[in-house]
Design a protein around this ligand. Sequence first.
Ligand code: AMP
Length: 589
Amino acid sequence: MTSMEYLKLAEAFEIIEVTRKRLEMTDMLAELFQQTPVNEIEMVIRLTQGKIAPDFEGIELGISDTLAQEAIYQATRIPKITIKRLWISGGDTGTVAYEAMEQKKQTPLFTDKLDVKNVYDTLIDISKASGTGSQKFKLKMLAFLLHNSTSLEAKYLARTFSGKMRLGLANMTIIDALAVTYATKEDRDKVEWAYNTCSDLARVGKLLAEKGLEGLDDISLEVGVPLRAMLCERLPSIPEIIEKLNDKCAFEYKYDGLRIQAHISDDKIELFTRQLENVTSQFPDIVKMLAPAFHGKECVIEGECVPVDINTGEMLPFQVVSRRRGRKHELGSAVDEFPVMLFLFDCLYLDGQDYTQTPYTNRRKMLESCIFESERVKLAEVLITDDSEKADEYFQNVIGKGGEGIIAKSLADDSFYRAGSRGWNWIKFKRDYKTEMADTVDLVIVGAFSGKGKRAGNYGALLMATYNADEGVFETVTKLGSGFDDEMLAALPELLDEHKIDKPHKLVNSKMKADYWFEPAIVLEVRGAEITLSPIHTCAINLAKENYGLAIRFPRYMGILRQDKGPEDATTTDEMLALYDIQSNRGGE
Ligand code: AMP
């Protein structure tokens, strides 16, 4: 059977690219699908998306700009400097290839017409090439494709090489076009559901083309194939949230990290992000901790992966996790440097049963029933209430502990997991956007915690306090663990041991139980990201809010030991309150 000409595709892309209206794009695409042989629809959809496989398979072409430029040169033989200039003058890969082909001196004597199958197969061969000689092989294949193409084909081939099709075509438009072509407009929800469940439009298209709408019955949640993530709406106040969710809901801690969908079976654990990227190889530690947590279970669960400081126990900013990503080759050290915890909040599949179409309460029950919690894998915290004051107190508590906010989850009979959609079953409520602390502060060391990991045998984190000048006491405000270089760490025992005492100093007001206590003597300069309300620190307790003190989040030692300052010269509680006010006012602006 002959394959569809690639030129047909390129011509359709050319029209779609300049079309603005979604309806017109849908019509164009539907026309293209109608002309596509059934056995090629999968390839056509992938090429339209500029892909050769679904995102979650992580198959990449691995073509650098330099390689693409060299291929354009080999196929056209126009001076390299001209190609470079076209590149610099802002053209995208596609425009450069198009222009270069237009400027090509002579038309070659022998060319083969490109068809969809040989373009797709060649791209697959390119993606498989690895090791020595692979660059040479890729170059030969790219040049072969360009050599046999017209200028228009070259434009879209080059864009496929770079992974950016620039057609302005949303997946939702492809779904519309598939529904119109193989079923009716009214069936688009079913088509969308199929896509949200298998995350692969080309597979959906193939089933539709082969068997019509019934073909989609073949799609179901499969372990190893990620579902598109459910998302949340937002509302500005807790009472509005409670009202929207029929007067009662579950409020979960909103962790600030990286969403992970874990697919667990006997012999394999795979991790996917919200963008459906397979990140299993970047988080070997998560794989290792999930294995005992779900021993003997086959399940699909979701949670948030959060970096933690093993010495302070504090959750760290999300960016710390992203530092680990992309470090495929030196992962070993990154895993130790940035340990993570996983807080699980949903169970979509368990031992042969798809739970997505069951209510939240049931899914949470399933999750609780199948997990063995550990220090690093835990259930997400939850509070079920109909009382907005209790919910607000919980919210403050979460913020105090460094959380981003809360997510209210519906308890209704239809509170299903709606893959790929933003809905009112989940409503987020975050704190106002934060600002940086206005100044550094000088804090007194009043206690310390034993070190873990690289700091084992030494102090891991220090309990720091402000000075309450009115009452003549020291009030704890943060646990300080970062900013110390090796030299300072090594010097800590000598510095502190002469001040060591066996219980909290009588002038130290602390709700926390440190492993070591010191008389207030040593002052360090500290900068934090922000000041928050905290139920566990005593600085300015009850002054900003009843039962709450102030805490510094993400504190960092600035490398300055304030030998010029005695403990009573440290930042006072009043000053902290003033800094908190400045920060709150700025935040409100
Ligand atoms: P946002 O990114 O602000 O729209 O918030 C939604 C994200 O919050 C989700 O995609 C998750 O990554 C994250 N998240 C953190 N904690 C939870 C939780 N308990 N339930 C659901 N999502 C959570």
